[in-house]
Design a protein around this ligand. Sequence first.
Ligand SMILES: NC(=O)C1=CN([C@@H]2O[C@H](COP(=O)(O)OP(=O)(O)OC[C@H]3O[C@@H](n4cnc5c(N)ncnc54)[C@H](OP(=O)(O)O)[C@@H]3O)[C@@H](O)[C@H]2O)C=CC1
Ligand SMILES: O=C(O)CCCC(=O)O
Length: 476
Amino acid sequence: MTKLYELYVDGKWFGQDLDKIDVVSPATQEVIAQVPKAGKDDAVKAVDAAEAALESWSKLTAEERGQYLETWHQLIDDERETLGKLMTEEQGKPLKEAIGEVKYANGFIKWYAEEGKRIYGDIIPASHPNKRILVQKQPVGVVSAITPWNFPAAMITRKVAPALAAGCTVVFKPATQTPLTAIKLVELAEKAGIPKGVINIVVGSSSQIGKAWSDDSRVRKLTFTGSTEVGKLLMRDAANTMKKVSLELGGHAPVIVMEDADLKKAVKGVIQSKFRNAGQTCICANRVYVHESVEQDFLELLKEEVRQLKVGNGLDDGTDIGPLIDEDAMKKVDEHVQDAVNQGAKLEIGGSKIEDNKGFYFEPTVLSNVNDDMVCMNDETFGPLVPVTTFQAEDEVIKRANQTPFGLASYVFTENISRAFRISEALHFGIVGLNDGAPSTPQAPFGGFKESGLGREGGYYGIEEYLETKYISLGL
Ligand SMILES: NC(=O)C1=CN([C@@H]2O[C@H](COP(=O)(O)OP(=O)(O)OC[C@H]3O[C@@H](n4cnc5c(N)ncnc54)[C@H](OP(=O)(O)O)[C@@H]3O)[C@@H](O)[C@H]2O)C=CC1
Ligand SMILES: O=C(O)CCCC(=O)O
């Protein structure tokens, strides 16, 4: 019998009597579990619970809240293999990557268990002898979090952990395609003794749940990771009650390989950045600009590495690239490849769907002779495609890299220190991987410029998003 996972609001598991949603393995298309389908009423009840829990949770000391987070961290660490397997089953990424994500996700909990103790205020010298100017940071209040399917654990912990550490309570909705890891994380939060109402999870109609939270003036902060389209919609709705908003949206990351780059390092960076999670990451390399003098050497090295990547079910040993999340995702990659090839791009390796599997598998693909008008050079592919084009001059490539409404991650490979700084500073992106294809880490600020979003997650920057600044003017 298919296992039914329940939802959790106000310290109670519920949902047996609701309609059900099937959770489908992207590797096999089999139904692996079911979750209840919550709607508006459940979303409102979640806010009722979070609001009721807010006062007592926010009044705990940062050390007490940190202790709950430490216990949660330990329980997740003990279960990292179980969580990793569940994640692979529902999301598709290879098991070693899934376990890596659990560790990464847990790193945010550990970091914020500590960082909550360092929410400092200020005393500012006054202009009047009988006045004192005090500045205090306070939790923003109830937080609503909406997360995507591509990182079923990390996108949750990097929102929930700083919110909890700051003294906020949380209502959250994971993606319908990947709710199981999220529910398991909440089970462990309950086991860690986190009081009822502090964390509440619902899954179901995203528009009903999102709207209920947007319209509710008790929710003081919205944090979202997902598509730019939905991010804009949520921001517009949040304006009605003037919520604080953090948005981590789409990217379109350029990779710049200069003529003085260490090409082995550059290829390793592209492989790390591009093929993680089958290319379904908002910081994935999406377009590669290689100096014309090193293009052939770069392509040869890249193809050598890509040839060795094994595509398959993420649960199988040795799999490097799992299935894409669904048919639409596969169609998008195929369309990007076809568009480029029809306009004269050269297929260096890959280029096809893998038809003899039940899941949505696509070959790791490299295209050369690509130009800036092709769809793949303007739109996030979210799949295992590396389009390679050439450039002649530094100014030219900076201009082309910045020619996008997105501004999340970018990558530069060069062994020249002055050039490295010059280019990093000229790129209009929130993240620059300088000779580094894997910049994500819990202590660093993750987030984008322009239409890639607002706010930062990670490090001390990430906890600021859950705080209000209060100024107390004291007359002596
Ligand atoms: N920045 C990033 O990390 C991500 C970027 N993307 C980009 O977005 C594209 C589309 O992916 P997709 O999964 O559809 O992204 P979405 O933005 O649709 O989904 C992200 C989250 O938002 C929820 N959601 C969707 N519509 C609403 C709504 N009206 N109100 C409230 N919540 C809503 C989803 O719920 P539900 O699952 O129930 O639909 C999910 O929890 C990808 O191809 C990729 O380009 C996608 C995922 C992550
Ligand atoms: O695609 C995303 O939004 C998640 C980014 C993963 C990371 O933290 O590196």
